[in-house]
Design a protein around this ligand. Structure first.
Ligand SMILES: [Zn+2]
Length: 174
């Protein structure tokens, strides 16, 4: 992302109360309580996508924190709860996708081409380590490397106006 002018730093908070982004691996329920907000929703812990719930500061509408839920046991066949668990690269894909939500863009800004795609399609490997996710529909490649198209970069920049909504140039395809 740095290459496209978005500087993103991940740092581990020392306690949940001061963290801006809280990540949890959920099995069947996505729940949290914060200030006067109590949230609970059924969640598929065997699925291939997560859920991010942003909270805004009631005073100025700025984004205060985000709760990120990722599936605890994502499976290669979401219709078969006894199928093998998906590998690390699939889990990282899901997490990167949700971190983009945590940074601003919502479901209306999903794409068909990059890590911010919806839906994703699993490419089953012979082993969990070889499993990959790719955008459904054939417009994107298997990841990793996890990549962003200009549309997503621009939407991220819009969410962070101070970084400037500059022009994003699509690199030439070889
Ligand atoms: Zn999404």
């Amino acid at each position: 992302m740095t290459r496209h002018g978005i500087k993103l730093t991940l740092s581990k908070g020392d306690k949940a109360i001061t963290a801006r982004v809280i990540v949890e691996a959920a099995t069947d329920q996505a729940s949290f309580s914060w200030d006067n907000v109590s949230y609970s929703k059924a969640f598929d812990g065997a699925g291939l996508h997560g859920l991010t719930v942003p909270l805004k500061d009631p005073k100025d509408g700025t984004r205060e924190r985000a709760y990120v839920f990722v599936p605890a046991t994502p499976r290669i066949d979401i219709t078969n709860k006894t199928s093998r668990e998906a590998g690390r690269d699939v889990r990282v894909f899901i997490l990167v996708h949700e971190f983009i939500h945590a940074a601003g863009p919502d479901n209306d800004e999903h794409t068909l081409e990059d890590v911010f795609c919806y839906p994703g399609e699993i490419v089953k490997g012979d082993t969990a380590a070889a499993d990959r996710l790719k955008p459904w529909g054939g417009l994107g490649k298997e990841m990793p490397p996890y990549y962003l198209i200009c549309k997503t970069v621009t939407n991220l920049r819009k969410a962070w106006q101070s970084t400037g909504v500059g022009e994003c140039k699509t690199e030439e395809k070889k």
